[in-house]
Design a protein around this ligand. Sequence first.
Ligand SMILES: CC(C)(COP(=O)(O)OP(=O)(O)OC[C@H]1O[C@@H](n2cnc3c(N)ncnc32)[C@H](O)[C@@H]1OP(=O)(O)O)[C@@H](O)C(=O)NCCC(=O)NCCS
Length: 182
Amino acid sequence: MNIRPTTKEDFAPIAELLNDQIMNGFAHFGTIQTDAGEIEQSWSSHADTHPWLTAVDNEGNFLGFVKSSPWSPRGGYRWTVEVSVYLVAHARGRGIGRALYDELFRILRLQGYVVVYAGVSLPNEASDRLHKAMGMKPFGEVTPSGFKQGRWVDVRYYQGHLVDPASATPPMPVQPIASVYP
Ligand SMILES: CC(C)(COP(=O)(O)OP(=O)(O)OC[C@H]1O[C@@H](n2cnc3c(N)ncnc32)[C@H](O)[C@@H]1OP(=O)(O)O)[C@@H](O)C(=O)NCCC(=O)NCCS
């Protein structure tokens, strides 16, 4: 298994993976199928500052991806990112989600980000355990948060610190990805 920056060739498999959650699952709250063009738009809007990583097997086949995005466009949230991770079904439960988050968090830390948030639609034990394993703490639930596939769905929110905020006062300016990662 290899982890590398997300590139153009990944947009179609990412769309397919998200469409499975959009149509059949609850990990994505979309209700209309997405496509490679929409994924490219979402990736390219913050491509210099917010890393996305892809996991592939030894033959280069797509296994999943992790993404980061701004929590909010307001200036005070510059050091705060939202993260999420999705794997194809046969890649789950083998530590790949953890490996993707480990690498993403490492890069985010080098860039100078301080706070990470994630939302987990419930129930999702694997995702709950993954976020806790990353040292993130649940700080609340929105019950219900949305309605999909005939039922109301709750969302639990997690927060984590990439560095101790007390040691980042004031935080350093956020660096572009290219200055810390190939
Ligand atoms: C959630 C997801 C990313 C987790 O990644 P993963 O590679 O399967 O998880 P890992 O193998 O790295 O394991 C992470 C933790 O979850 C636990 N876990 C993994 N699969 C599990 C399962 N099916 N049931 C319960 N716990 C599980 C592991 O034991 C580990 O916990 P631990 O550190 O306490 O032992 C993956 O299952 C997935 O893509 N699911 C579908 C999409 C999704 O729900 N994304 C999350 C959006 S918030």
